[in-house]
Design a protein around this ligand. Structure first.
Ligand code: PLP
Length: 409
């Protein structure tokens, strides 16, 4: 790689002058941790005693039979503490914060999942914790706000701008500038300025390492195709990391197609022609933006995929042809979710179900000696009202309406 932190033309660290020294320290701390085998061992110990690592690889025998093609396996990141792969990233960063001798963490959150994961990590490590959240999201996600506060975090509703995720990101950066010496910003995905994409991918690579080993042990060979949903790109980069050098393993990223990529209401950065290259939030990648560089509104039934940017590493891997991308619509996602629940008794998160959609489209055309792995990045309990609403079952209509009002009032 020519310049550190660049993936082809993507990535980099476009920082305000005042944060440059903080990032120098951060880069050095990460490089030294990465080079120190005892750090990775501490990480494995923590994840195997506090979360559920290694997470199982489940053979989805009923779905396999249903589609009559490839063997379908599911990597169970939903079994992590707090219900998703996000735990891998926040706990890893927690260990790094401790190593750097800092005492306070901040994060931004949209749907609240990353906020809850960060507040959990802060409680475990004894760090002070402040979470920035758009005022609109605070109202929409009251259960998550409740848990963040119980976990000891201060949740600050952001009233600037459109009062959603991107405004919370700006506010968190302002906090960091004011408190650089004590504070670490816990980035939630494989985006942002270098070294965040590399670091988050490194912590998430545990998913791919385990999957590779489990597949070899259980099936006796590597998978033929690996599917993962793509929001910012961290769970996808995590599982893909195990196979990047195995040219025969096809890697497939699935973005939020929302109401369809032709509708304009989606979050497909790499699977639609709607995104263009730009620099924002400290890094260069594909963004859903208008001609003036204003960020567009995105839509997805899955809050965790509803994001304007995408990992610069994935932008590059698309260009080199190593990873192929597609989009799944909200409607397809709900159907894949319903089928998976009925056939396997698993409840994937709406985010994860995007990966299932594309795998289900391809499985029937593959042969029974071929193997598919789908990354189930998280569990779907959190999606109860969205899913109930999407199924439109009249029996549940009143319950949903009442509860939704109570929760999201
Ligand atoms: C946050 C989230 C995502 C999206 O984030 P990535 O960084 O793209 O992995 C996907 N699935 C679940 C369950 C999530 O909570």
């Amino acid at each position: 790689m020519a310049k550190p932190g660049y993936y082809g033309p993507y990535g980099g660290a476009f920082l305000p002058e005042i944060l440059v020294a903080t990032f120098d320290d951060f880069r050095e701390a990460f490089a030294s941790a990465k080079a120190d085998p005892s750090f990775w061992q501490d990480y494995l110990d923590l994840m195997s005693t506090y979360s559920c690592r290694p997470t199982p690889l489940t053979h989805a025998e009923n779905l396999t039979k249903h589609f009559g093609g490839a063997q379908i396996y599911i990597k169970r990141e939903d079994l992590n503490h707090t219900g998703a792969h996000k735990a891998n990233n926040v706990m890893g960063q927690g260990l790094l914060v401790k190593r750097m001798g800092k005492t306070r963490v901040i994060a931004e959150t949209g749907a609240g999942q990353h906020g809850v994961a960060t507040a959990t990590m802060a409680a475990k490590f004894g760090f002070e914790c402040t979470i920035y959240m758009g005022e609109v999201d605070v109202l929409r996600q009251r259960p998550n706000v409740f848990w963040m506060e119980r976990l000891g975090a201060t949740v600050i509703p952001v009233t600037e701008g459109t009062r959603i995720l991107k405004d919370a990101i700006n506010e968190a950066f302002r906090d960091w500038v004011r408190n650089m010496d004590s504070t670490h910003y816990v980035m939630g995905t494989a985006c942002g300025p270098h070294p965040f994409p590399e670091m988050v991918t490194w912590f998430q690579s545990i998913i791919g390492l385990e999957t590779r080993k489990q597949c070899l042990e259980r099936v006796g060979k590597l998978p033929d195709r690996v599917f993962a949903c793509v929001g910012g790109g961290s769970n996808a980069m995590g599982i893909f990391s195990g196979f990047l050098d195995d040219g025969d393993v096809e890697l497939v990223g699935v973005e939020a197609g929302g109401h369809g990529v032709d509708s304009g209401e989606h979050a497909a950065r790499l699977a639609s022609p709607d995104a263009s290259v730009g620099v924002a939030q400290g890094y260069k990648t594909y963004f859903l933006q208008d001609q003036d560089g204003q960020m567009r509104e995105t839509h997805s039934v899955a809050a965790g995929l509803d994001y304007v940017g995408v990992s610069p590493i994935l932008s590059h891997l698309r260009e080199t042809g190593r990873v192929r991308f597609s989009a799944a619509t909200d409607k397809e996602v709900v159907e894949a979710l319903e089928l998976t629940i009925k056939k396997e008794g698993l409840i994937p998160a709406l985010e994860s179900a995007h990966g299932f959609v594309q795998a289900f489209k391809e499985a029937p055309d593959m042969s029974p000696d071929q193997v598919i792995v789908i990354n189930q990045s998280g569990r779907g309990d959190k999606d109860i009202f969205t899913v109930a609403d999407a199924f439109g079952d009249p029996k549940w209509e009143k319950f949903i309406k009442d509860k939704a009002e109570e929760y999201h009032a």
